[in-house]
Design a protein around this ligand. Structure first.
Ligand SMILES: NC(=O)c1ccc[n+]([C@@H]2O[C@H](COP(=O)([O-])OP(=O)(O)OC[C@H]3O[C@@H](n4cnc5c(N)ncnc54)[C@H](OP(=O)(O)O)[C@@H]3O)[C@@H](O)[C@H]2O)c1
Length: 254
């Protein structure tokens, strides 16, 4: 589906967090190519501006979504600009390599702040507008939201929490017409492991190992994940809610 985005989101409004790179950038561009007005959010202004440069339908807001009041600012910015909100994509996130023996409180709280609390506050702020538009939330989890990750238990725990929020919110909000789903990517070519502090050699070794294991024979591209975020957010998917869809080239089957 990449590169053939039909205008199925014409005049709808989407917020995409983490839009300055990787999956978030690909998602912001795919929504804009599909006719949506997009607010891309992240901390790095220059990275966001590069994303905005890819399509006139993308506006950006540079802030840290963990800050007090950030969620209200994000949602107000989109609604004041375009008058509505149809889709919230909680994509911004980070991983950390941290064996139990090396656990640090600040790393644990930092992961939960970014991967669980910030998406919760954004969903809370977005809710009145999503109720009005019969909109939807797409949370970006990970296969490690439902598989164990030795050496990265707290990252896995944050994504597991996000998957439970997805199911519980879906049940809570179904009668309001608001849908909540999650996409769980497998290994995908982005800078996520750089952000997690791994060396380039360690990343190359890990990605080569993963590529050998993936039944389709390749790592995911950010566009592979963006395509599925759009598919589940599509108003035509109106009977789909509470689902966690793994997009990993079949790795979970191995
Ligand atoms: N790539 C994979 O293999 C993979 C696999 C499974 C799940 N995922 C998930 O996919 C999502 C996107 O990751 P990615 O792979 O595209 O990696 P990425 O390029 O590192 O994207 C993460 C994004 O989150 C933003 N971000 C981080 N902290 C933030 C904060 N405090 N406030 C606002 N924005 C913040 C970053 O921008 P700034 O630094 O500019 O803020 C960045 O654009 C994450 O939730 C990740 O856990 C990725």
């Amino acid at each position: 589906m990449s590169g053939s985005n039909t205008p199925r989101f014409t005049d709808l409004v989407a917020i995409v967090t983490g839009a300055g790179s990787g999956i978030g950038r690909a998602t912001a561009i795919a929504f804009a190519e599909s006719g949506a007005h997009v607010l891309g959010v992240g901390r790095r202004k220059d990275a966001l501006e590069e994303t905005a440069g890819a399509h006139a339908g993308i506006a950006v807001l540079a802030l840290d979504i963990r800050e007090e009041g950030a969620a209200d600012t994000v949602v107000a910015t989109a609604v004041e600009r375009w008058g509505r909100l149809d889709v919230l994509v909680n994509n911004a996130g980070a991983a950390a390599v941290m064996p139990l023996a090396e656990s640090e409180r600040s790393v644990v709280t930092g992961l939960f702040d970014l991967n669980v609390i910030a998406p919760s506050m954004l969903a809370h702020a977005a809710l009145p507008h999503l109720r009005e538009s019969s909109g939807s939330i797409v949370n970006v989890s990970s296969t490690y939201g439902h598989r164990p990750l030795a050496g990265g238990a707290h990252y896995a725990a944050t994504k597991s929490a996000l998957e439970q929020l997805t199911r519980s919110w879906a049940l809570e909000l179904a009668s309001d017409g608001v849908r909540v789903n999650a996409i769980a990517p497998g290994p995908t070519k982005t800078d996520v492991l750089v952000a997690a502090g791994l060396s380039q050699d360690a990343i190359d070794e890990l990605r080569a190992h993963e590529r050998d294991l993936i039944p389709t024979g390749r790592l995911g591209d950010a566009e592979d994940i963006a395509d599925w975020i759009l598919r589940v957010a599509d108003p035509l998917s109106s009977h789909l809610t509470g689902q966690v869809l793994t997009v990993d080239g079949g790795l979970e089957l191995v």
